[in-house]
Write a protein that binds this ligand. Structure first.
Ligand code: ADP
Ligand code: MG
Length: 707
């Protein structure tokens, strides 16, 4: 009987004592990157010239010399074997949003002898049978072959399991037509687009224009941990990653006593295990803390090159899940596992460097400031012009529960710049001409910015896109998302904006008019796009009204948001920068929309199943017991009669709502969602009514507080 299972789960979890080791293991820093084929190990395993050639590709983005593939493959194999790997795999990021791998042993046979083999061709190109990955119509099953192509800019690494290890080679995944079937390919293309546009813009300022452009990214990853004993008793968590039922407990996050609180020993043991593994993989996990909701935590790495940071975040999610399992826990990466407490996001910290200079760092001298303000204006313009696209990148069934629920930024995209930068922007636009110095007017290329604070006081958690001193923090992405999608769009729209500014400036480059031309341009652009700047409280309902007055788009749900991908001007933008072809973009829309509908349907099915096979039987039993109880003359009889009547009403409602949900499951997603919300009210009310021992599903207070 389920209620017994639940009681046993509570008792079992109560027995768990985190191991206390008197002698902690060494820090593990010396193992940093030891399972990554990069850095010093390249010099140990490669000839100097091959090493130089490979490093040139990695560091400066030079095209890969095909002649070195065999040498690199041989070195990689020797290294991987020396690290205990028996297999290799092309590791890629299909449109499912997760990672994919198909392993091959290094094994070949030669006259009944096993030998190890791995060629340049094995390294550079793979042909997984890709027919079962979503392609959104790009590739039908009869032309199923796709190929994976080595991405030398993200180093190969070794994944370990209990009794073995596998060499993982990050790859791009494409159809034979060259069309992208993954998330990495468009990301790499978008970095190229932004690099070219940034160089062009920098040339306007008299810089040589040949420095390497690096897009940097640091994703803050939020997640929940619950004990596995409870997890296996919640079919909804097992199947959908979220609870479709569950009454919020009396105490959840009201006291705000979890955020930054002391981390429990069991969780700390888990975190330590995660970090050591991440360090071994060269992933610079840096920060760990309790988050706002009970049982919610965060991990943040030091930022890295964008492509690598995206791959690393995929690995972070995998390591979190696997380490949780080893520790008798389950890591929930869903955006909203529990109603009534905060969901999980992934703050996407983004910046762009030209050479060694972070272009979002306000500089020390007037020229640096001119560049900073130009870059800032370009970003403001990009976000305002393409807020719809940015919103589309974070659309999904999970995130719909979060955005706009006063725990994450609203679905309206806006930019927070902070008071001081807002003042600078005011001063910039307040003068008309560039060469009429007046008080309160900032003259570009002449004046110096006041120092802008980087401290935590100047923060606004309610803004979707916030300037935080030397980077922008996009706070809307969901916790389970692949970072590649949002960053592909960010890079592309900003590239377009930088190109636009460069086109406007180029005629004045090298002439004495440059400063005033720049001043006039930035004034014009900021005036045109400053409606996107909002420094107030994004959770306030008044902001939504104000945003509507400003004409900012507000796509409240996934399907509204995804529509942006189909906009002709948006398709043209991605085609212009060769980031997505029209067909690739259409396929992304198909995949996202299909995934959304499928997820909603699965949630609906599981909600129906739980209602019929767990909640209704428990309710029926209680009801039958109550109606069979003695009635007349007994002082308790009135209470029992009342109870029976109340339960009876709920039972009838539950029965009817289950039938309604069953009907809704034949219809559209809106109908399923409405029927699920409706039946949830009854189920959650019953959870508060039935005897605690009769309730078949682990309760929120157990899952969120007993671990
Ligand atoms: P915050 O500014 O949010 O308090 P941190 O300085 O700890 O916090 O940064 C949060 C995340 O932003 C970290 O992953 C950090 O590495 C990343 N970050 C910092 N600077 C940059 C940058 N220039 N580009 C991209 N990410 C950055
Ligand atoms: Mg955070």
């Amino acid at each position: 009987m389920s209620n017994k299972s639940r009681a046993k789960a509570v008792a079992d979890v109560a027995e768990i004592r985190p191991p206390l080791s008197a002698k902690p293991a060494p820090a593990g820093f010396e193992d940093f990157g030891s399972d990554v084929f990069a850095g010093a190990v390249l010099r140990d395993f490669l000839t100097p010239s091959t090493c130089e050639s490979l490093e040139a590709t990695v560091k400066s983005g030079a095209p890969l010399d095909p002649a070195i593939a065999n040498d690199v493959a041989a070195a990689m194999k020797s290294w991987a074997l020396s690290r205990g790997a028996t297999h290799y795999t092309h590791w890629f990021l299909p449109l499912t949003g997760s990672t994919a791998e198909k392993h091959d042993a290094f094994l070949e046979t030669d006259n009944d002898h096993a030998i190890s083999a791995f060629s340049g061709k094995n390294l550079v190109l793979g042909e997984p049978d890709a027919s079962s990955f979503p392609s959104g119509g790009i590739r039908s099953t009869f032309e199923a072959r796709g190929y994976t192509a080595w991405d030398p800019t993200s180093p190969a690494f070794i994944k370990r399991h209990g009794n073995g290890a596998t060499l993982c080679i990050p790859t791009a995944f494409c159809a034979y037509t060259g069309e992208a079937l993954d998330k990495k390919t468009p990301l790499l293309r978008s970095v190229q687009a932004l690099s070219a546009a940034t160089r062009r813009l920098m040339r306007c300022f008299g810089l040589p224009g040949d420095e390497k452009v690096t897009v940097t990214m640091g994703p803050e990853q939020e997640y929940f941990l619950i004990d596995r004993h409870f997890y296996v008793l919640r079919p909804d968590l097992l199947q959908t990653g979220r609870t479709v039922y569950g009454a919020p407990p009396a105490k959840h996050q009201q006291l705000e006593d979890h955020y930054f609180g002391t981390i429990k020993a069991r969780v700390l043991n888990f975190m330590t295990e995660v970090e050591r593994e991440l360090w071994r993989l060269g992933i610079p996990a840096k920060t760990r803390h309790n988050e706002v909701a009970p049982a919610q935590f965060e991990l943040a790495p030091i930022y890295e090159d964008l492509n690598l940071a995206c791959d690393h975040n995929m690995l972070v999610m995998e390591v979190l899940r696997q380490a949780a399992e080893r520790n008798g826990l389950v890591c929930l990466l869903h955006e909203k596992p529990f109603a009534g407490v905060n969901g999980s996001g992934k703050h996407n910290n983004w910046s762009v460097c030209y050479g060694k200079t972070n272009l979002l760092n306000p500089g020390k001298d007037p020229r640096e400031n001119a560049i900073f303000l130009t870059v800032l204006a370009g970003i403001i313009r990009a976000i305002d012009a393409h807020a719809d696209l940015l919103r589309a990148t974070v659309a999904g069934a999970g995130n719909d529960h979060r955005l706009g629920a006063n725990e994450a930024p609203p679905a309206v995209i806006s930019i927070y710049v902070g008071d001081q930068l807002a003042q600078v922007i005011d001063q910039l636009v307040s003068g008309e001409g560039g060469d009429t110095p007046r008080a309160g007017v900032m003259r570009i290329g002449v004046d110096t910015l006041p120092p802008l604070p980087r401290d935590a006081t100047d923060r606004n958690r309610t803004s979707p896109f916030a300037f935080t001193g030397n980077k922008f923090e996009f706070r809307a992405p969901g916790s389970s998302q692949n970072c590649a999608g949002p960053n592909t769009v960010l890079n592309t729209i900003i590239a377009d904006s930088f190109d636009y500014l460069a086109s406007a400036l180029e005629p004045a480059v090298g002439t004495p008019d440059f400063p005033s031309a720049l001043q006039a341009l930035l004034q014009k652009e900021i005036k045109a796009h400053r409606r996107i700047i909002f420094n107030g409280d994004g959770y306030n309902a008044e902001w939504l009204a104000e945003a509507a007055r400003r004409g900012l788009p507000n796509a409240a749900t996934t399907m509204d948001a995804l529509a942006a991908i189909k906009g002709p001007e948006n398709i043209a933008l991605f085609e212009k920068y060769h980031v997505y072809s029209g067909r690739e973009l259409a396929s992304r829309y198909e995949v996202a929309s299909e995934e959304y509908h499928t997820r909603i349907r699965i949630e609906g099915e599981i909600a129906l199943e739980l209602a019929r096979t767990m909640v209704e039987p428990a309710t029926r039993r209680e009801y039958l017991k109550a109606v069979a109880a003695p009635t007349d003359g007994d002082p308790g009889a009135v209470a029992i009669r009342d109870y029976a009547a109340t339960i009876g009403d709920h039972l009838a409602a539950l029965h009817a709502k289950a039938a309604a949900l069953e009907t809704a499951l034949q219809g559209k997603h809106e109908e399923i969602l409405a029927a699920m919300a409706d039946i949830r009210q009854t189920v959650d009310a019953l959870e508060r009514l039935l005897p605690d021992w009769a309730w078949p599903l682990p309760k929120y207070r157990e899952m969120l507080f007993i671990y």
